[in-house]
Design a protein around this ligand. Structure first.
Ligand code: 2YH
Length: 284
């Protein structure tokens, strides 16, 4: 799975408010309203400033990504929560977060990134939240997805969740991956999903795209007026692709974190079933 890099996150804290405005310009809502929209909860029902979020740096596996915790904090603060990065890492950091009465603890290792609600003992997951956020962004940008053909590029963890969410939205889902057996596994796993073995052809044939892959996409393949929602890191598009597409929605971290935040709060406030929010079933 793609691991974020220091370089990818380094500008987030200084650019978070322009990111928020950019989202408003593209989708007609800021990050907070967007995340509430994705989770189907009314923003006015949540007192965001009542919540304190702690971000715990985690050293396990490949270790700390410089700027990662600060970037998560910046995204959460933009939504109106109070937040802090714990001084200590790992277990000591978790105990510091609890001692400081944090309501939500964000922590990520190389496999998972969760927002644990300390009051409800439930948590939201970055994979599911990212998929949910980017499907929602595509739906808003396209003014509805029901009955429309959508291509998911990348049959990894975010792609798999996106396929499931798009099916629920009533889209006609196609999926492609440079490893065709992975797309095929999704076709076999979910009735109605169609695997397309040739990635380039799949891109040429589709106007609505959810890109959950780390590959670069040549602008020559992009259709005029394409609507693209792209959580994939690194950024996949060249100048030609940007010119041809009507809109490309992309960021490396904040949209996923925004949805995680509202999901983590919603689990307690609105009895959203945890199974809806947590991606437990992953097709290998
Ligand atoms: O980037 C990642 C993983 N690919 C999981 C993301 C799930 N979408 N993890 C971030 C690791 C952060 C590091 N442990 C830190 O700085 O705390």
């Amino acid at each position: 799975m793609t691991r974020l890099t220091e370089d990818a996150v380094k500008d987030i804290p200084s650019k978070i408010s322009s990111l928020d405005h950019e989202l408003e310009k593209r989708l007609g809502m800021d990050m907070r309203n967007f995340a509430c929209h994705a989770m189907n909860v009314a923003a006015e029902k949540i007192n965001f400033s009542d919540y304190k979020a702690a971000i715990v740096p985690v050293t396990s596996g490949k270790g700390i990504i410089g700027g990662f915790s600060r970037s998560v904090a910046a995204a959460v603060e933009t939504m109106g929560l109070r937040s802090f990065v714990t001084e200590a890492c790992d277990v000591a950091g978790i105990s510091e977060a609890f001692s400081s009465d944090a309501d939500i603890i964000f922590m990520a290792d190389d496999e998972r990134f969760i927002a644990l609600n300390t009051k409800t003992r439930s948590f939201s997951d970055n994979i599911w939240s990212t998929a949910k956020g980017y499907v929602t962004a595509l739906r808003i940008a396209e003014k509805g997805l029901e009955g429309k053909k959508v291509l998911v590029i990348g049959a990894g963890r975010v792609g798999t969740e996106a396929v499931k969410i798009l099916m629920k939205e009533g889209a006609a889902v196609e999926v492609t991956d440079i490893l065709p057996h992975k797309a095929k596994a999704l076709e076999s796993g979910f009735a109605g999903v169609k695997a397309i073995p040739n990635v380039e052809q799949a891109i040429k044939d589709n106007r609505l795209i959810l890109n959950a892959s780390p590959g670069l996409i040549s602008g020559k393949l992009i259709r005029e007026g394409a609507v693209i929602s792209s959580p994939g890191v690194p950024y996949a598009f060249d100048d030609e692709g940007e010119k041809r597409a009507k809109v490309i929605i992309h960021d490396v971290l904040s949209l996923g974190v925004a949805v995680m935040t509202v999901a983590s709060i919603s689990l307690s406030l609105f009895n959203v079933p945890a199974t809806e929010v947590i991606a437990e079933k992953v097709i290998p």
